[in-house]
Write a protein that binds this ligand. Structure first.
Ligand code: ATR
Length: 291
């Protein structure tokens, strides 16, 4: 049981909605298992109220926060510092208190990278395909570009957004490595083999039969398939890729490691052991009904 005293520090998640967040489970487990006197709760904050909320949180001595939809961009205006990843991605998901205000970080790209490393997935020198061109796709495309992917195809339902994200990647790298396409143009991919990250909400519970690209032929050239979705554990997208012998990874480890990165930003001196990380993963899976 967690003991709350007058000295207990508060961390939390601001967003809307927040009711189904798995972060409290994970963050409170880390605090308990590492012996840190800290609790983690959710704060529902309506769009437009983020500056007031951040100001209030700072004055309430809130130690750190995660930030989710719809505040990841707007929150940036309230911060005293923004780290390299967050400023490149243009979104903040973690706030760390300092003497003057909150510092902003983005742990999504790092979290995904750690999950991929754990699976032995190599980014550098390979051709990658990103399905989707929204906020999540931007963090993914940034990571792929930063870690020296050879080429990045951005496939989206709306070409304009794929073009925007490609321009962003090419601007960041100062080399033309990104190519925009419509999802329906997957057969224009010129490569013999590629890896794919699925960033759209297509296939997420409860519409588990949906898949952003239905044609099985697309999957025959997939070396590695990553889906950011973690409910269901295996999306149609991952099923199809697996059928063709691809290495597959779902979004649970990104969720796990972005949370761990945040916990360590709040508690840099604390050691989180591999056993604790595995236990946190097991707790998440149990909560998702997969244990
Ligand atoms: P997130 O922050 O999760 O990335 P987002 O910024 O709203 O959310 O982006 C959602 C992405 O999923 C977009 O690429 C969107 O495609 P559009 O740009 O065409 O809107 C994609 N998406 C959502 N629903 C989709 C669907 N039914 N079919 C194909 N793509 C879809």
């Amino acid at each position: 049981m967690m003991e709350i005293s007058g000295a207990t520090k508060v961390c939390g998640l601001i967003g809307d909605p927040v009711d189904h967040s798995l972060s409290p489970l994970m963050q409170n487990y880390y605090a308990q298992s590492t012996g840190v006197d800290q609790v983690y709760v959710t704060f529902q904050v309506k769009k437009g109220n983020v500056a007031t909320a951040i100001n209030g949180a700072y004055n309430l001595n809130v130690k750190g926060m995660n930030v989710t939809i719809p505040h990841k961009q707007e929150v940036m205006e309230t911060l005293v510092h923004i780290d390299e990843d967050a400023s490149a991605i243009g979104a903040v998901n973690t706030l760390v208190r300092d003497a003057h205000g909150y510092r902003g970080y983005n742990t999504d790209a790092k979290g995904l990278f750690r999950g991929m490393q754990e699976e032995g997935i190599i980014i550098e020198g390979k051709t990658w395909v990103v399905l989707g061109a929204g906020g999540a796709a931007k963090a993914v495309a940034y990571l792929l570009a930063k870690k020296n992917a050879k080429k990045i195809y951005i496939l989206n339902r709306t070409l304009e957004k794929a073009q925007e994200l490609s321009d962003y990647v090419n601007g960041y790298k100062n080399v033309e490595i990104a190519v925009p396409l419509l999802l329906a143009q997957w057969n224009c991919l010129e490569e013999d083999i590629y890896s794919v990250v699925q960033t759209t909400s297509v296939g997420m519970h409860p519409k588990v039969k949906a898949c952003p690209i239905e044609e099985q032929e697309f999957y025959s050239k997939v070396e590695t398939a990553v889906d950011l979705i973690y409910t269901p554990k295996e999306t149609q997208f991952l099923k199809r890729a697996k059928q063709e012998g691809a290495c597959v990874m779902n979004g649970l480890s990104m969720l796990l490691y972005q949370g761990l990165e945040a916990y360590q930003l709040w508690n840099p001196e604390v050691l989180v052991t591999d056993d604790m990380i595995q236990e946190a993963k097991a707790l998440l899976m149990k909560q998702l009904g997969e244990a």
